[in-house]
Write a protein that binds this ligand. Structure first.
Ligand code: GTP
Ligand code: SPV
Ligand code: MN
Length: 593
């Protein structure tokens, strides 16, 4: 497949360690993919679903102890500990290589090693970065074929160069005690062992396109961010682009694919999806910030996806999709998850592979769920009905606004705007959100998650903030920066804001602000809308007073947050830029004034 000696030598070395029975190169052809699907079905690794209802769709169940990213077992292995920073786990590279080599040793005996040459972003484009993932999992191969651009053309584009990310993945024993997701940014290397789930093993995604790429971006003057990219098309045909960073399972896929409320549709507004999880951002020759989505598919949260909340995602998953850890409906050999509809299947297998009794389902007890709360679909971007015509444009799209957001029952208002790039970067640095099932550990605990990147920055968090500040000085026509919160609750714990498609109403205010077309109130935290300027026409049960409530800035709860932010900054450590401390002090002073 290639004569590239860097590639061949590395594969030999990895094969000597892992001892596969054979090595198979993935060429990106449909014939090879189809043979692998058949093989996975023959061993039970995947289940072929009803081909009339769900053509080319499959179901996979991971091990019960292996259902989410494992942040506690994710390491950044820089030669100096300070370069990984206090927020990341760190291991010395030699120590980590030695430790994991033992786990890899002979782990592919009796198995096949697949060689996946893939590209993040469009092959041959100036933005593209190449990787090769070695894995002993057909499930990983089939997911990578959807999520990235895979094939021999990647090897051709790479040529004789050694400039590619070396990823090694072995399922080994799926032993959680010995599960490691390790990054060696100085060596362009990723080693993952003892997992078979999503972000732990699809190495192009979080490991490469965020952790390694953020490290490269800092060196090379660009940014890798945990952001969706969407375009709002106006009735006159003009399209404005927005990037938004929300933590895992906090609404990126949903916002990226939103269908505008009827009123807007009737007036000719459309929303187009460019990406739902990762954005690579560069300064264009025109002085604007340009975004590309380096991925080729969506690894989206299944629960809660339905014809009302996100019809575009549902349509996207109706063919060529791999479902992971959802309910298997035996009556029609299809799939189901909590929140899909009100008719759970009565003859069904749950995500653990056990017979599932839907009558035992109790909303408050996650252990009664049929689908795992972090069950997912892997679907082709090309199958998304609202995919942007710019999806394959190697230049990307120009960004008008950057939006941060979190899952906050209180404190954060529906929307506010920062007062400058520096203030906006500060707003990103103090983001907080309730934890979700996307990572192993407690769910619903508020934690600081700067720029939604806490689990994904491949170097010191303070340096990452400094990089944000520096980028601001390099973008003459920088996007405006906002913060949103769809998740404020009332005293009974119900969401106040309807969310989903109606989030368009907030996007319209954001874009109007970018064009200087609407006034706002200045508050201690930034610009907050006049309640009347959030369009509520056609919204049931939401009045101007509801909006007023959603927009309140409660000084007491913000001051309580300030204490928590100070603790967090101290934890990030001595590389927190002075400008962030200045912003923090100014915010505190304004709240106390
Ligand atoms: P990752 O893929 O983990 O990075 O997550 P994501 O940010 O793409 O999250 P996603 O859009 O999949 O949403 C996760 C959950 O939040 C789903 O269960 C959604 O139904 C729910 N959700 C998304 N948007 C909204 C909203 O506007 N309001 C409410 N109440 N829930 C929402
Ligand atoms: C996330 O957790 O932010 C995801 C899913 O997008 S995973 O690919 O598993 O990281
Ligand atoms: Mn994500």
């Amino acid at each position: 497949m290639t004569q590239n000696k860097y590639v061949l030598n590395w594969i030999n070395e990895m094969a000597e360690m892992t001892c596969p029975d054979k090595i198979v190169w993935i060429d990106g052809t449909e014939a090879q993919a189809e043979a692998l699907r058949a093989e996975a079905c023959s061993t039970g690794e995947m289940i072929k679903l009803n081909q009339e209802l769900l053509p080319n769709c499959y179901l996979h169940r991971t091990a019960v102890n292996d259902v989410a990213r494992v942040e506690g077992r994710t390491f950044i292995c820089t030669s100096k500990k300070e370069d990984a920073g206090n927020i990341n786990n760190w291991m010395a590279p030699e120590e980590c290589y030695a430790k994991l080599s033992k786990l890899y040793k002979g782990s592919m005996k009796g198995r096949t090693m697949y060689v996946i040459p893939y590209s993040m972003s469009i092959v041959g484009s100036p933005f593209a970065k190449y990787g090769i993932e070695l894995t002993d999992s057909i499930y990983v191969v089939l997911n990578m074929l959807i999520m990235t651009r895979v094939g021999t053309n990647v090897l051709e584009a790479l040529g004789e160069s050694g400039d590619f990310i070396k990823g090694l993945h072995a399922r080994a024993d799926i032993d959680e005690e010995n599960r490691y997701i390790c990054h060696f940014p100085e060596d362009n290397t990723i080693w993952s062992v003892n997992s078979g789930y999503g972000g732990n093993v699809l190495l192009g995604k979080k490991c490469f396109a965020l952790r390694i790429a953020s490290y490269l971006g800092r060196k090379e003057g660009w940014m890798a961010e945990h952001m969706l990219i969407l375009g709002v098309e106006y009735p006159n045909g003009e399209t404005k682009y927005i990037c938004a960073a929300f933590p895992s399972a906090c609404g990126k896929t949903n916002l990226a694919m939103l269908i505008p409320p009827e009123l807007y549709r009737n007036n000719g507004y459309k929303v187009w999806c460019v990406g739902d999880d990762i954005a690579w951002l560069r300064v264009g020759e025109d002085g604007r910030l340009w975004a590309v989505n380096p991925e080729n598919g969506f690894f989206g949260v299944a629960p809660g996806t339905n014809l009302n909340s996100n019809p575009n995602a549902l349509y996207t998953t109706m063919k060529d999709t791999i479902f992971t850890n959802v309910v298997h409906n035996l009556d029609n050999n299809s799939v189901w998850w909590e929140g899909l509809d009100k008719n759970p299947p009565t003859n069904a297998i749950d995500w653990k592979g056990n017979v599932w009794d839907c009558t035992k389902y109790d909303k408050k007890d996650k252990s009664t769920c049929g689908a795992h709360p972090n069950s997912r679909f892997t679907a082709l971007a090309a199958n998304c009905p609202c995919l942007s015509s710019e999806f394959n444009n190697p230049k990307g799209v120009p960004v008008s606004a950057i939006v941060f957001g979190g899952r906050r029952a209180k404190t954060a208002p529906l929307v506010y705007q920062s007062t400058s790039w520096q203030n906006g970067a500060f707003v990103g640095s103090i983001m907080a959100s309730e934890t979700t099932a996307a990572a192993a550990g407690a769910v619903g605990v508020v934690r600081r998650d700067p720029m939604a990147m806490r689990p994904f920055v491949g170097y010191d968090m303070g340096d990452y903030w400094a990089h944000w500040l520096k980028m601001g000085t390099l973008i003459p026509n920088a996007p405006k920066i906002f913060h949103v919160n769809w998740f404020r609750t009332d005293d009974e714990g119900n969401f106040i804001w309807p969310g989903f498609g109606d989030n368009m109403r907030v996007l319209m205010w954001i874009l109007a602000r970018c064009e200087g077309k609407v006034e706002a109130d200045i508050t201690p935290i930034g610009y907050v809308p006049h309640a009347e300027d959030i369009d509520i026409e056609g919204l049931d049960g939401v009045t101007v007073d509801t909006i007023r409530e959603l927009l309140t800035v409660d000084k007491e709860s913000w001051l309580a947050d300030i204490d928590n932010i100070k603790e967090f900054y101290a934890q990030v450590g001595d590389r927190v830029p002075q400008a962030m401390y200045d912003e923090l002090a100014a915010l505190e002073a304004r709240l106390k004034a």
